[in-house]
Design a protein around this ligand. Structure first.
Ligand code: MG
Length: 385
């Protein structure tokens, strides 16, 4: 029995993780759940999974749930302190970090400090502080296991080969809803269009990130850190069916692919049971229903953020933290209808250009870069809106 803490339990990854837990009561038990503010959803989860602790991040939602659960056996904790408490709880064996954005960093580092393995869906943590996180994980003998479908696939593929046998890895991208739009059409994109992803059902932020290919850019940086790959050995290919999640090419030119349904329960289960593989009763893939698979090169002119992400990753230092912070600010401003779709690009680009990079940053420099980039981006956003 593995005892889990799930951070972000009411989001898309969180609810899928609980589906996996429900399907394998003999393998997992839930020690703690944490969410931002969806307490109605959280209360249902508490009834079903009986965690000992829950954390609510939003102050008003915390006050509400504290009253509702006054006589409950479940202990209610608040905010970041609550997150840090559950990830360091001696009862917890595996932390599932499905928080959104930069907020996931501190709980990840705290979990590592307490020798907890981490199944990570919070890719922003790896983007902004990959070097630091992976170094500390190594020192504390902690496994950082990716939930992201592409990296989960790479984990399964790469373990079958020696490092010197690998020529490159290929991450697939669905291309998002605007794959075939012209530059001109992209300028007129609405919020509703951007939120309508063709193959994956996900939270709002990652859906927008998928449409700009920023999500794929983050995944390139994530792959660099998780698997120690050079940027020149990480390729992105557009594969609109989202059936192949990743491929590796060995030095002899053979390509091996990992295929699976566009259903996050599969990579989540693999991450939770890693390094073992277990059965399940989720609907399986029927290849004849899929019929054919297609591949295309990404268009860096129409989707410049992919190139921007490669640049931030290669230059390194605090640049990826700035990339992430300006992207978060720009995407939320777009979601609030404060700026247009193409403004997301200009906010990020100008922010990266204006940043004075610090090399080999510690946690303090990463936080400083994050703050600086948010202030800079907010100024730009208010001048645009
Ligand atoms: Mg992904």
């Amino acid at each position: 029995m593995k005892s889990l803490a799930i951070l972000g339990s009411t989001g898309s990854i969180g609810t899928n993780t609980l589906e996996v837990v429900k399907a394998h009561p003999e393998l997992f038990n839930i020690h703690a759940l944490a969410c931002y503010s969806k307490i109605n959803e959280l209360i249902k989860q508490i009834d079903l999974f009986k965690p000992e602790k829950v954390v609510v991040y939003d102050p008003a939602a915390y006050d509400d749930i504290k009253n509702i659960l006054m006589r409950s056996e479940t202990q209610v904790l608040y905010g970041e302190e609550g997150l840090l408490e559950v990830v360091s709880d001696p009862e917890v064996q595996l932390v599932v970090n499905a928080l959104v954005g930069f907020s996931g960093l501190r709980p990840t580092l705290e979990a590592i400090k307490h020798h907890k393995d981490i199944a990570i869906a919070n890719k922003e943590t790896i983007v902004v502080a990959g070097e630091l996180v992976l170094k500390q994980a190594k020192e504390n003998d902690v496994h950082v296991i990716p939930i992201d479908s592409e990296h989960n696939a790479l984990l399964l593929l790469l373990r079958q080969y020696q490092k010197e046998e690998i020529r490159k890895v290929i991450l697939t991208a669905s291309g998002g809803p605007f794959r075939s739009m012209t530059q001109k059409e992209l300028h007129k994109v609405t919020l509703a269009q951007a939120l309508n992803h063709p193959t994956w059902k996900m939270g709002k932020k990652i859906t927008i990130d998928s449409s700009t290919l920023m999500n794929k850019g983050f995944e390139v940086i994530e792959a660099h850190h998780l698997f120690g790959l050079d940027y020149q050995d990480i390729e992105v290919i557009i594969h609109k069916e989202s059936i192949i999640h990743s491929m590796i090419e060995t030095i002899d030119g053979e390509i091996y692919a990992q295929m699976g349904p566009a259903d996050m329960k599969f990579p989540i289960q693999n991450a939770l049971t890693y390094p073992e593989i277990h059965g399940n009763s989720y609907p399986k893939m029927k290849l004849w229903e899929i019929g054919s698979l297609s591949f295309d090169q990404p268009d860096y002119d129409r989707f410049p953020l992919l190139k921007t992400a490669y640049r931030a990753g290669k230059e390194g230092g605090t640049l990826p933290a700035v990339l992430n912070a300006s992207n978060e600010e720009a995407v939320y401003a777009f979601l609030d209808s404060k700026i247009g779709y193409m403004d997301i690009y200009s906010v990020i680009d100008r922010c990266l250009d204006a940043h004075q990079k610090v090399d080999s940053p510690g946690i303090k420099e990463i936080y400083q870069a994050d703050h600086w980039a948010r202030d800079f981006s907010k100024d730009m956003i208010s001048s645009l809106s």
